[in-house]
Design a protein. Structure first.
Length: 423
């Protein structure tokens, strides 16, 4: 069995911590923890073939788009213990008309909204909840803008665990709440922002013996990093020039970078793509830090954006996100809610639905190309993080210029009248 270590993610410290630790930060420096392995390049050359061989999939752990790549996350000697809902296996869809309008050579979307509960959180949650079961945990908990709670509640139900969710009052979409409630979670509304709910939860988890599954949990990132592998596999191992994704708590960019760096380390990646984090203007502390050439993040005390999944002012993962951009020559951008709205609409006009936060990636790409920070010939992949049906209120609120809904008398003439001017 490969060596598995839990370590401080700050390379200047790198302190080793027991895998069963009940804390989420380094006892030495307070940095976040991460898993590391001695991945061997000799065996890695066979992995693409092994992974392809599992594609038809008999067992849950072979069908899963996370556990299929388990050589990169050798955490459980027996893969059949995986708590899986068939996550991953999400499509990579080319959008040539959007590429032309943005002005890049190639553009595809990797749609992580097509996961069991409709967001990329499922990729991390399958690993995190499997670890919770290994530890004998009874209750898993998270603070959430909605998607983490929906995902946690589903995997907790699958594993027979209880689920506790803290959400900011009135700031989570009804659809996401409905998912958590449907899966049997207890939902506690507390505070007015994600940051407040998260700080409250962090203050009580250890004392109450809850297992925290937010992205400060290192096992989350192990699942989420597999998006790098699936993406490269779908492209025949041809790396894109840029991968663009929205950033909230910055776990996903940290995970994506970890996946890419590990593929690099074992020789399965020929060139490192540049990672691009896009934040909403009203919640863009990381963009302000990076673009301002600063090394410390100043939290945004009152984060504001209609894209609720990225309405986060004090992202827990910023130090590792900064290292992710340093190691991939990354970029950041901030976009307004209006820019998000038109990007979402442009994707919809290509038949691609997603939630508002996901569309931030296209909005950011457009600005970076317009400003010449991303070159016109670039080959780009956008990560779409959540499903269109996650926030249907948003669609209703942003219909102007769309044909929309008309009401008609229930007769042939009535329907005919309703079509006037449209046909
Ligand atoms: C969680 C989430 C994000 C933000 O991801 P982070 O890892 O917190 O940066 C973006 N979009 C959607 C749809 C999400 O659910
Ligand atoms: Zn440390």
């Amino acid at each position: 069995m490969t060596r598995v270590e839990l370590r401080c993610s700050d390379p200047a410290c790198a302190r080793r911590v027991d895998r069963d630790t009940a804390t989420y930060s380094c006892p030495g420096c307070g940095g976040l923890l991460e898993l590391s392995y001695d991945l061997s390049p000799e065996r890695a050359q066979d992995w693409p073939g092994v992974w392809r061989g599992r594609l038809p999939g008999g067992a849950d752990h072979d069908r899963s788009g996370v556990w299929r790549f388990r050589e990169l996350l050798p955490l459980f000697p027996d893969p059949s213990v995986a708590v899986s809902l068939g996550e991953g296996r999400t499509p990579l869809i080319e959008v040539p008309s959007v590429a032309a309008s943005v002005g890049v050579a190639e553009l595809a979307v990797k749609h992580l909204g097509v996961n069991p509960t409709g967001s990329f959180k499922d990729l991390g949650m399958t690993v995190c909840v499997t670890e919770a079961v290994r530890r004998g945990v009874k209750v898993v908990a998270c603070a959430s803008t909605g998607n983490t709670s929906a995902s946690m509640a589903a995997y907790a139900a699958r594993a027979g665990l209880r689920a506790l969710v803290l959400v900011p009052r009135g700031a989570v979409s009804g659809a996401k709440l409905a998912q958590a409630l449907d899966f049997g979670a207890l939902v506690v509304e507390a505070g007015s922002s994600f940051d407040e709910a998260f700080a409250l939860l962090r203050a009580i988890v250890e004392q109450l013996g809850l297992y925290l599954v937010n992205s400060v949990n290192p096992f989350r990132l192990e699942g989420q990093k597999t998006v790098a592998v699936e993406l490269l596999e779908q492209r025949g191992w041809r790396p894109p020039d840029y991968v663009v994704l929205p950033g909230g708590n910055l776990g996903n960019v940290s995970a994506l970078a970890k996946g890419l760096l590990e593929l690099w380390e074992v020789g399965l990646l020929s060139r490192m793509p540049r990672l691009v984090v896009v934040q909403a203007e009203g919640a863009s502390p990381f963009h302000r830090m990076w673009s301002g050439g600063r090394r410390e993040l100043t939290p945004e005390l009152e984060p504001a954006t209609r894209a609720t999944a990225i309405r986060i002012g004090n992202p827990a993962n910023w130090p590792r996100a900064r290292r992710a951009l340093e190691r991939t020559e990354g970029l950041t951008e901030a976009v307004s809610d209006l820019e998000i709205e038109s990007a979402k609409r442009e994707l919809a006009d290509s038949g691609i639905g997603c939630e508002p936060a996901s569309a931030a990636s296209l909005a950011g790409l457009r600005k970076l190309v317009a400003r010449g920070q991303i070159e016109a010939g670039a080959d780009v992949v956008l990560i779409l993080t959540g499903h269109q049906l996650k926030d249907t209120d948003y669609v209703g609120e942003h219909l102007s210029g769309r044909p929309g809904i008309r009401s008609a008398e229930p007769s042939v003439e009535g329907v005919g009248a309703a079509l006037r001017g449209w046909l």
